[in-house]
Write a protein of this length. Structure first.
Length: 298
């Protein structure tokens, strides 16, 4: 274990000995990792925003015209206790008519009506958010004997989830392509390092060093490249989000929202660091396995 730590620190020392070249390589890896990571964080923010929007989604239950007000209130109280319903409230025909008169602009025309044509309404706030689950809840509520019609505008929710799904698939494809790019970058860098140290490798093989002993410094070099690239990616993503924060707050304020961009959380940080290190090690392993075999003492 002590020997591994020595080799790990020695590999870091060699990289710090050429800081410009090391920083350039790590920066390229960081940019490649930052693109999918940044898009993922933006997508996660979009999911949170859509969740806030969906909290405002309500199902309107138009009750039968002859249903008594007490029955309507009883129905609202019963529905409020259901597992998939966050809350339910009853609006009497008189309240509905008053709101319609206030916001429709047809107050004078309504005065000429002999009776109130509006039924009682129960407004239901779903506790579920998935479009399929909300649609299923809507169909169940429509079957209630007190309900004449259940109404919900789900089209915008379905479109939003469709867009998020497309973006998620695009991010996965991009992440795969950029992971391949990171492997090529690390592999090519390690290949050049092997060529520069060819004489050292030949001498080491002549004195009987094992392949594992020779391979180890290059693998740890890949480790440091991956870790450095992941740290740069985290810096780039959070810096970009910080630059976007003020315009987003200003836009949210125009819509009366207090939405704020979320930065990289612990899970995202862990995934990005793990991915960077894994890609660095894998790229180094592939390069070492291929090019060390070609170097043999004459």
């Amino acid at each position: 274990m002590e020997r591994h730590l020595q080799v790990l620190l020695h590999a870091l020392g060699r990289l710090l000995g050429s800081p410009v070249a090391t920083l350039m390589t790590a920066a390229v890896i960081g940019i490649a990792l930052a693109l999918p990571a940044g898009l993922y964080v933006v997508l996660d923010n979009a999911r949170q925003l859509s969740g806030q929007w969906q909290q405002g989604t309500q199902i309107s239950l138009f009750l039968k015209q002859d249903l008594e007000e007490g029955k309507g209130k009883e129905l609202a109280a019963r529905l409020a206790g259901r597992e998939r319903i966050a809350e339910a409230g009853y609006i009497s025909p008189e309240q509905a008519l008053g709101e319609f008169r206030q916001f429709s602009g047809f107050g004078d025309a309504l005065e000429s009506l002999e009776s109130n044509p509006l039924p009682g309404v129960v407004m239901v706030q779903p506790a579920v958010r998935e479009p399929g689950a909300v649609q299923q809840l809507l169909e169940q509520l429509q079957e209630l004997p007190e309900v004449e019609m259940a109404q919900l505008d789900m089209e915008w929710v379905k479109r939003l989830h469709g867009i998020i799904d497309i973006i998620q698939r695009a991010i996965l494809i991009m992440a795969g392509l950029l992971a391949l790019a990171v492997l090529l970058i690390v592999g090519n860098t390690i290949r050049l390092d092997i060529e520069n140290r060819r004489d050292e490798i030949v001498i080491t093989k002549l004195i009987g060093a094992s392949d594992g002993f020779i391979r180890r410094p290059f693998l740890y070099t890949g480790f440091w490249y991956g870790l450095g690239g992941a740290l740069i990616a985290l810096l780039l993503v959070n810096l970009s989000l910080a630059l976007l924060q003020r315009p987003v707050l200003r836009l949210a304020g125009l819509y009366g929202s207090d939405f704020q961009l979320g930065f990289t959380g612990p899970q995202t940080v862990l995934v990005l660091l793990t991915a960077g290190i894994a890609l660095g090690l894998l790229g180094a392993l592939l390069a070492v396995g291929r090019h060390l075999r070609a170097i043999e003492p004459e």
